[in-house]
Write a protein of this length. Structure first.
Length: 274
């Protein structure tokens, strides 16, 4: 139901990539046409800290917050607030984030027109406490490779969820259909995870549902260079890269799996809330 868009401020982009902000209006329109909402995944950039993120949030809300496709999360208190994922949040000290994310912070967004649900990246176990001190509303794990980090290891999700429940934080486990980034990181072969004809994806989804999260995030979409795509795929080879396909299955196999599990998740959630 929600597309999470990787975003950097206007004019900023990774090398050779069109600035993501220039794409937002057309993405919002396309999403609206398909009854999909759009949330923002704020990516790192030079000078990224609590002050620049403050400006980013204001910019996004002022420019896109009134669009019908702009995602708002309904909180337990009945408020509808934007939801932002902050990638590499651990690179900024917790006390700096607290200036932005706690009510008494020097440039706090809390209880202002720019208040939102802020989700930090959990990589190492110690980050749990930093995220709490920083004033974040929750944490997500991002990496699609089980075992790659503390946060992305399925076996740790139960303990992370317990910590979050105890501290009124949201836990958003991240899943993916596989992981293979050796075409861009030749040294990272040990974190390759094979698709196993969809079993890897389903195992990850099952592990996520076991901890009864409010939201499950899928780390995928156009990360073809990391082998996590779920779009339709057919065999393709370039002089430098082999793109994985889903043969002998249909090109749409992972979209079908995603739909099936999304429906399953919705039904399960109804049961949890009874």
């Amino acid at each position: 139901g929600v597309l999470v868009l990787s975003w950097q401020p206007p004019g900023r982009a990774d090398d050779g990539v069109e600035p993501s902000d220039s794409l937002v209006p057309s993405i919002l329109e396309a999403a609206h046409g398909h009854a999909i909402k759009v949330a923002f995944h704020i990516q790192p950039y030079e000078g990224h800290d609590d002050h620049t993120v403050h400006e980013n949030i204001k910019y996004i809300v002022d420019n896109y917050g009134s669009h019908a496709a702009f995602y708002k999360y309904k909180t337990s208190t009945g408020r509808s607030l934007p939801l932002f994922y902050i990638y590499d949040s651990y690179l900024t000290p917790a006390k700096s984030w607290a200036n932005l994310l706690t009510p008494s912070g020097s440039h706090s967004l809390r209880n202002t027109a720019y208040d939102a649900v802020f989700i930090a990246l959990l990589v190492e176990e110690r980050h749990k406490h930093n995220i709490l001190l920083a004033g974040y509303d929750g944490m997500y794990t991002y990496f699609a490779s089980n075992g790659f980090s503390f946060g992305s290891s399925h076996q740790n999700w139960k303990a992370i969820k317990t910590f979050c429940d105890s501290n009124n934080l949201m836990f958003i486990p991240s899943v993916g259909p596989s992981y293979i980034d050796t075409s861009i990181r030749p040294w990272n072969n040990h974190n390759t995870r094979n698709r196993v004809n969809g079993k890897y994806y389903e195992t990850a989804l099952q592990a996520a549902l076991m901890v009864r999260p409010e939201i499950v995030s899928i780390t995928s979409f156009n990360e073809w260079h990391e082998g996590t795509q779920i779009e339709k795929a057919v065999p393709k080879k370039t002089p430098t890269r082999l793109y994985l396909d889903y043969l002998p299955h249909e090109p749409s196999m992972y979209l079908e799996l995603t739909r099936r599990w999304a429906e399953h998740f919705s039904k399960e959630k109804e049961q949890w809330l009874l």
